[in-house]
Design a protein around this ligand. Structure first.
Ligand code: HEM
Length: 161
């Protein structure tokens, strides 16, 4: 990744907000496809529980990663609070993350370059800038946060019995 004199993070040295958001949005939808297939086999045909056992945790982890990436991209791209909530809510119904990604792209909410600067007025944008300047640490932090939230969710139990 390269940074300019002002400390901004430049494309195309690393994936921009559009690419990162698209990856997690499509990944979330794919995990729903696996989970729904598993639920069909478990609850409709009563064939096997294996699909749910495999895709339940996969969906949970991708769901959490989607939520964290949504918040980071929203901070960076300066989304309104309403749009952040809409983005997070899109993770609940199956496949809506892809619809939201198309909506967000069409409204210019997903640029190809990160906007956060080390001297941005908002502390949240400065924090995102720090993460972007240390992508390996950012990915490790994302994984740790997902693992911590997944542990809490698993202790609480799956949302459907
Ligand atoms: C709002 C977010 C979530 C939704 C809508 C959701 C939805 C579901 C659904 C519908 C199932 C299938 C249940 C069944 O038919 O037996 C399931 C299973 C499961 N979910 Fe989630 N989930 C969410 C978040 C999470 C999170 C954060 C985790 C933790 C990482 C998680 C872990 C699991 C596990 C382990 C299963 C498999 C349970 C089993 O083996 O019976 N889910 N989830």
């Amino acid at each position: 990744m390269s940074t300019s004199v002002s400390g901004s993070v430049e494309a195309p040295a690393m994936a921009g907000p559009l690419q990162v958001f698209r990856i997690v949005a499509v990944g979330e939808a794919m995990s729903w496809a696996g989970l729904l297939t598993g639920m069909f086999l478990k609850r409709v045909t009563h064939t096997t529980d294996l699909g749910v056992t495999i895709f339940g945790p996969i969906h949970g982890v991708v769901f959490l990663a989607f939520c964290l990436v949504t918040v980071a991209v929203a901070i960076d791209q300066g989304w309104s609070r309403r749009r952040v909530l809409l983005g997070l809510a899109s993770s609940l119904p199956p496949f809506f993350t892809v619809l939201f990604e198309r909506y967000a792209e069409s409204r210019g909410l997903l640029g190809t370059a990160w906007l956060s600067r080390h001297d941005s007025p908002k502390a949240s944008q400065r924090a995102v800038c720090t993460l972007l300047r240390h992508p390996v640490r950012a990915v490790v932090l994302l994984l740790v946060a997902v693992a911590a939230l997944a542990s809490v969710a698993l202790v609480a139990g799956p949302p459907v019995g």
